[in-house]
Design a protein around this ligand. Structure first.
Ligand code: NDP
Length: 296
């Protein structure tokens, strides 16, 4: 294997340590305790695991964690009433409504009800607009985690050729905006892209956010490229359920310069960046200096 492994798990541990220090300082010097509220509707098992993990890590970093649960049959009005309450609560600096929502709820409407300054997921249209115009925004956690790892690995990304495969609002598009903000030459590829292998082979930085297990093989990867695999896919292999990315790890690692594994790459950074966004939101709300290097 030629590639070095970008260890997202270790990176996330360091980031959480840095955040815990910043939180302790905020508490001591300003009496400020950043607070994150997570709202979960329904009993989706994967969402329950994410919410538990978010709550636990929030508390471990010295922050306040608030959890609100609604049954799957709750009305949209009930959910909006909780969001309104959290918008007005001075102890809550970050609000996250766990997606997906039940089909009778309009996720766009619910997200637009969150105060953009507390929108730690970075999905509110105001934050999307701020990011798109290169202004200070709350940045979606998964692409922010990818950017922080890329910056740590390369230092300066300026002038690099970046290809993002996937154009979702949650990952692909904000990832492309962030890379553009760091002066990469960015291509966004998707299901209609012609000759995807050739497009991928141009990339110094290849980000895969597709949701198709091991779709990108090593011969689509430029020798020496940095590969960021956002995909999380559960597949059956040898009678077991295993997690794999959108990149075929072994063949890609044989040609890439560096690669994130799945699991243990982008995933752990996503929650760490949610905590970072909460600290950033708390500092912005109080006009205090933000933790350095943790925003776009
Ligand atoms: P979406 O399904 O919203 O978007 C997938 C994108 O991939 C679409 O833009 C689609 O193109 C494109 N695509 C699908 N098939 C192909 C193909 N054959 N060739 C090229 N492009 C294709 O997914 P998300 O962005 O939400 O998530 C992507 C992956 O990242 C998933 O595996 C998800 O589980 C994972 N994920 C991981 C996170 C983490 O914390 N690590 C967080 C969020 C997501 P088109 O628009 O043309 O349909």
């Amino acid at each position: 294997m030629a590639a070095s492994i970008i260890d997202g798990k270790a990176f996330a541990v360091r980031l959480r340590g840095q955040l815990a220090e910043h939180v302790a300082q905020l508490k001591q010097e300003h009496g400020l305790v950043p607070g994150l509220a997570v709202v979960l509707v329904g009993e989706d098992p994967a969402s329950q695991v994410y919410v538990r993990s978010k709550g636990k890590q929030t508390v471990e970093c010295g922050m306040r964690s608030f959890e609100h649960r609604l049954p799957a049959e709750a009305s949209e009005a009930e959910l909006l009433a909780i969001v309104e309450k959290l918008n007005a609560d001075p102890e809550v600096h970050g609000i996250l409504v766990q997606l997906p929502l039940p089909s009778h709820m309009n996720a766009d409407l619910v997200i637009s009800a969150i105060n953009p300054a507390k929108d730690v997921d970075g999905f509110h249209i105001s934050n999307v607009g701020l990011l798109g115009t290169g202004q200070k925004a709350m940045v979606p956690c998964t692409p922010l985690g990818c950017l922080l790892m890329l910056r740590a690995h390369h230092g300066n990304l300026s002038g690099m050729e970046a290809v993002v495969v996937g154009r979702s609002n949650i990952v692909g598009k904000p990832m492309a905006q962030l890379l553009l903000g760091d002066s990469c030459t960015v291509t966004i590829a998707h299901s209609r892209t012609r000759d995807l292998p050739a497009v991928c082979r141009r990339a110094d930085i290849l980000v895969a956010a597709v949701g198709r297990p091991e779709m990108i093989p090593g011969d689509w990867v430029k020798p020496g490229a940095t590969v960021i695999d956002v995909g999380i896919n559960r597949i059956e292999r040898d009678g077991k359920t295993v997690l794999v990315g959108d990149v075929h790890f072994d063949s890609a690692a044989a040609v890439a310069g560096a690669i994130t594994p799945v699991p243990g790459g982008v995933g752990p950074m996503t929650i760490a960046c949610l905590l970072a966004n909460t600290v950033t939101a708390a500092c912005r709300a109080q006009g205090l200096p933000e933790p350095e290097g943790l925003s776009a």
